[in-house]
Design a protein. Structure first.
Lengths: 103, 204
């Protein structure tokens, strides 16, 4: 079959995942960390849909990716509420300043 | 044509993700995130997943990123717009990330996916091409099958077959996710409600 196989999509998913992990690890801005989480979940979604087309998975992969999208939206809402709360209390969103629980 | 479209979408998705990592300005990061997620929706359309692609555009690009941008507008005032991470950290993280990416890509490319699918089919007797619903190559009408599967009926697997028991649907996860979404939204509204600031420094 002419065209891209599964490997191209898996490579794109790997790049998105690694970029998300780097983003989560290096950003000091709380919202930047959130964007890293979105990138990671998006990379996982690409893999799900790719296996749903090329593997023996069928429609199950697409349904799993739909659940991932909904859970990512919920996670973004809660994490954003936490970031806003942190900003209200500390007047910054630098995650390095969130060290009050340090022993 | 397919190769050209894939190249464009994949380059935009990966380039957007890399730009999110390298950019230091939150607003620009949100813009690059929109580019990356939108081209990922294009990849979904190329994979015949029309409903997932549309959901990605509606919920991710239309909902989640707008939520993030509102967060940026509510929090990023003046000096907090660009909080720089130190260059040493960036170099270290990019080094580790490149190593990790190399490992993952090499591992993924070494697996013979088509051979594995053929092995699974010969063992369990499910051919991916005989399904009436989805996996006939080049067909994309998945909305009806996904809707029925979320309500517990698998049209894509059971239609026209004489099965003893029907295939697994997704009614229970659907209900769990809906209750979870309700709880999360109530919790987010509770957490983010306006209240008086404590410990306001005098210089603000």
């Amino acid at each position: 079959m002419e065209g891209v196989g599964i490997n191209g999509y898996l490579a794109v998913g790997a790049v998105l995942f690694v970029c998300g992990v780097i983003c989560m690890a290096t950003k000091r801005n709380g919202i930047g960390v959130l964007m890293g989480v979105e990138l990671v979940l998006n990379g996982a979604n690409v893999n799900f849909v790719a296996f749903s087309k090329f593997g023996p998975l069928g429609l199950d992969g697409q349904i799993a990716s739909l659940f991932v999208i909904v859970l990512a939206a919920a996670e973004a809402a809660v994490a954003l509420a936490i970031v806003l709360n942190f900003y209200n209390n500390h007047l910054t969103i630098d995650v390095d300043r969130a060290n009050e629980l340090q022993g | 044509m397919e190769l050209l479209l894939f190249t464009v979408f994949a380059a935009a998705a990966c380039g957007g993700a890399i730009a999110v990592v390298l950019s230091q300005n939150v607003v620009r990061m949100a813009f690059y995130l929109v580019i990356s997620l939108g081209s990922t929706a294009g990849l979904f359309f190329m994979l015949n997943a029309d409903f997932v692609g549309a959901t990605q555009l509606l919920i991710y690009v239309g909902g989640t990123v707008v939520l993030l941008i509102f967060g940026v507008m509510l929090t990023a005032s003046g000096p907090f717009l660009t909080i720089k991470s130190s260059p040493g950290d960036m170099v270290q993280a990019i080094l580790v990330g490149a190593l990790f990416l190399g490992m993952v890509v090499v591992t993924v490319l070494q697996v013979d996916w088509d051979g594995n699918a053929a092995k699974l089919e010969s063992r369990y007797g499910v051919s991916s091409l005989e399904r009436p619903g989805y996996n006939q190559r080049g067909e994309g009408h998945t909305t009806r099958s996904i809707g029925a599967a979320l309500l517990g009926a698998r049209f894509d697997k059971d239609l026209g077959k004489n099965r003893e028991q029907p295939s697994t649907g997704y009614l229970l996860p659907f209900e769990i996710v809906s209750v979870h979404l309700l709880v999360v939204l109530i919790g987010a509204a509770y957490l983010a409600r306006a209240k008086r600031r404590v410990n306001v420094p005098s210089e603000f």
